[in-house]
Design a protein around this ligand. Structure first.
Ligand SMILES: [Zn+2]
Length: 280
């Protein structure tokens, strides 16, 4: 798949992530509260299984006026604080993608599936699904459904979501190092380390752990997934037939410990891992 096509997908990602008709608050309109990666003064809203699967909007979502993206109130407030601290230290954070519905995730999934079918017609469904899963979560299994997970870029990256590789400019490596050091102070942890499962390393994907570690437990206890078995998802037949394996590959990728990586070396990939923008 060409870099140009992926870049195009990223340009569209704001549109995919945007959702109309929700509460829009300015950063100053919310009460101040300090959270760490382990605890928060505001308990997480109770979400139903359908909300965790992206089928129903979580309650009280707020919009970031700058990006137009949505998240749960406490998550957004913590992001604003992180963004303020970043600005004080010379980094301009860009919220690329927050909450996504099942429908939005399906649109992204189908976009990539169609690209693969067009550019690599020889791939069978198994290989194609595996390749897409490294870039995009299966609709219904994305953590972006929860309102807790954010894709964060920086002005120096021009809003792109990029991996670190040996040729990555120093400033970008320093930005990711800054995030690894500072984001956990505001409750945000990196969940895709690229060490196991289908999903690659994602230095841009940050999860508000005081909430998402609770939702993750609930998510792992869901036994009825028939509501996300939707024929409108491309390669749905393969996904339905192999769902246990797909679910395992998706969830195995997740870092549940909020272990911080403080060295840029830990995110430096091999020369074979190109700086592809990705949007799980
Ligand atoms: Zn993401």
């Amino acid at each position: 798949m060409s870099f140009r096509l992926l870049s195009l997908a990223l340009i569209l990602s704001c549109l995919w992530g945007c959702a109309p008709q929700r509460q829009a608050l300015k950063p100053s309109a919310l009460p101040t509260a300090q959270a760490t990666a382990q605890e928060t003064p505001v308990p997480p809203p109770v979400l139903t299984d359908d909300q965790l699967l992206g089928l129903v909007l979580p309650p009280g979502m707020v919009q970031d006026p700058e990006s137009g993206q949505y998240a749960l109130p406490q998550v957004m407030e913590s992001f604003w604080k992180l963004r303020d601290k970043a600005a004080q230290e010379g980094w301009r954070l860009i919220l690329v993608s927050g909450y996504r519905s099942f429908k939005n995730q399906t649109r992204i999934w189908n976009h990539f599936d169609a690209l693969y079918q067009k550019t690599d017609a020889k791939l069978d469904a198994k290989k194609r699904v595996r390749a897409i899963m490294s870039l995009v979560s299966v609709p219904g299994l994305s953590r972006h459904h929860w309102g807790t997970d954010l894709d964060i870029s920086e002005a120096g990256l021009r809003g792109q979501l990029v991996n670190v590789h040996p040729d990555t400019p120093d400033r970008i490596v320093r930005f990711y190092d800054w995030m690894k050091l500072n984001a956990p102070q505001f409750g945000f942890c990196k969940v895709y380390l690229g060490k196991r499962g289908a999903v690659r390393d994602e230095p841009w994907h940050w999860s508000y752990f005081p909430y998402s570690r609770i939702y993750f437990q609930q998510f792992m206890a869901i036994r009825d997934f028939h509501r996300i078995m939707d024929a409108r998802v491309r390669d749905a037949q393969y996904l339905m037939k192999n769902f246990p394996k797909v679910f395992q590959e998706e969830t195995k990728s997740i870092n549940t410990e909020c272990s911080s990586e403080t060295s840029s070396q830990s995110t430096v990939g091999s020369p074979q891992s190109p700086a592809k923008p990705q949007i799980n």
